[in-house]
Design a binder for this molecule. Structure first.
Ligand code: NAD
Ligand code: DAU
Length: 339
């Protein structure tokens, strides 16, 4: 059995990655280390231990706590570590950047130390296209561009990428970095654009669009991202960075309009609000490297993916209602009798 540590497995991408791995990789055993911050929802993963007996373990713990991390590494002898644990929301990083530096930078350093000490075979850092900064109307991000992050969130992710590089050069750690564009799909916390707009449209509440709504993101279905993460963990070359994107550039306003149309709600619900400070104008990924070297391409076309995603949120109303009411946080107490 290949023993894998996934951090942040109760978040959006982590939940989808756990489900993907447990289904597609029968020879892999997974430990999910997650602090259960506001963004971690234990309910997302509650069925996994029973559905995959002996192959899934949940550990509540903080990646910034060296003793907690050491206990997990000592108990399991991991072959692969995939770090997804992070503070992930740009708007929150603008309000309070401290926790972003702690989790996204110090947390990575703590994991890297443990990976070196315990001779992990592959360390995979899940990074983001936001480390490259912002594009004008032309061009795409390539892996060899200089890092130019513009928000405290993206600066913390860029710092983490540099720590990974330093541990490869200094300690000979076998590590790789993936940088992906905006993910969409099931289990995304309803503070992010797509689930937030679906929930507001459902309730016929105003849809807050930052600035003029013309900012562009390159949307990728989370399943395509998860498939790429696993491929890079298996076949990626030490020290390399691999971009992933969906080849699906959309202005924010286009997405918002299509959500309204899908729900049969009027465009009058759109409300243009004050822009995000330092708002990156456009992201677009050049993913020709991972295509040429590992044969990865996104498979889910945006029109189909967004339709299915909107339907998932409509069919799983109790899931986001429990988040909005805060009751999802009672899950840990109910399941484990502690907080
Ligand atoms: P998320 O906010 O949905 O989930 C983050 C998870 O990390 C949560 O379960 C949370 O409890 C956990 N966590 C936070 N701090 C922790 C700590 N100190 N110790 C242990 N666990 C902790 O995030 P996401 O959208 O799933 O993103 C996952 C990763 O992918 C992040 O590293 C993010 O930077 C990166 N990424 C996200 C996107 C995207 O579009 N969502 C795109 C590219 C890269
Ligand atoms: O590009 C990858 C990144 O994508 C990840 O690294 C981040 O973790 C993830 O949160 C996401 O960052 P964004 O800032 O692009 O995602 P968000 O969903 O917050 O916003 C998408 C776009 O929509 C952005 O241009 C801001 C805009 N927006 C967002 C919200 C929440 C609005 O116009 N209104 C809103 O209410």
């Amino acid at each position: 059995m290949t023993k894998v540590l996934i951090t942040g497995g109760c978040g959006f991408i982590g939940t989808n990655l756990l489900r993907y791995i447990l289904k597609e990789k029968p020879g892999w055993k997974v430990v999910n280390l997650d602090l259960l911050t506001y963004a971690g929802n234990l309910e997302n993963t509650m069925d996994l231990a029973e559905a995959y007996p002996g192959r899934y373990t949940f550990v509540r713990g903080d990646i910034t706590d060296p003793a907690a991390v050491e206990r997990v590494f000592q108990a399991h002898e991991f072959d692969i570590v995939m770090n997804l644990a992070a503070e992930s929301h740009v708007d929150r990083s603008i309000l309070d950047s401290g926790v972003f530096v702690r989790t996204n930078v110090i947390g990575v350093q703590v994991l890297l130390d443990a990976a070196v000490k315990h001779k992990v075979k592959k360390f995979l850092q899940v990074s983001t296209d936001e480390v490259y900064g912002s594009l004008g109307s032309h061009g795409r991000f390539r892996e060899d561009l200089p890092l130019a992050p513009n928000s405290p969130y993206s600066a913390s992710k860029a710092a983490a990428d540099l720590m990974v590089r330093a541990y490869i050069k200094t300690y000979g750690l076998d590590a790789v970095i993936t940088r992906c564009s905006n993910n969409y799909g099931p289990y995304q916390f309803p503070e992010k654009l797509i689930p937030l707009m679906v929930v507001n449209a459902y309730h016929e509440r105003e849809l807050p669009v930052y600035g003029d709504g013309k900012n562009v993101r390159d949307w990728i279905h989370v399943e395509d991202h998860c498939r790429g993460i696993v491929l890079v963990a298996e076949q990626g070359c030490c020290g390399e960075v691999y971009n992933m994107g969906g080849d699906a550039e959309q202005e924010n306003i286009q997405i918002v309009r299509s959500i309204l149309a899908h729900l049969g709600r009027p465009d009058e619900l759109i409300r243009y609000v004050k822009d995000r400070p330092g708002h990156d104008f456009r992201y677009a990924m050049d993913f020709s490297k991972i295509e040429a070297q590992l044969g990865w391409l996104p498979r889910v076309d945006f029109e189909t993916g967004i339709r299915k995603t909107i339907d998932w949120y409509l069919e799983n109303k109790p899931w986001w209602e429990r988040i909005l009411s805060g009751t999802y946080r009672d899950y840990y107490e109910r399941m484990y009798g502690q907080r």
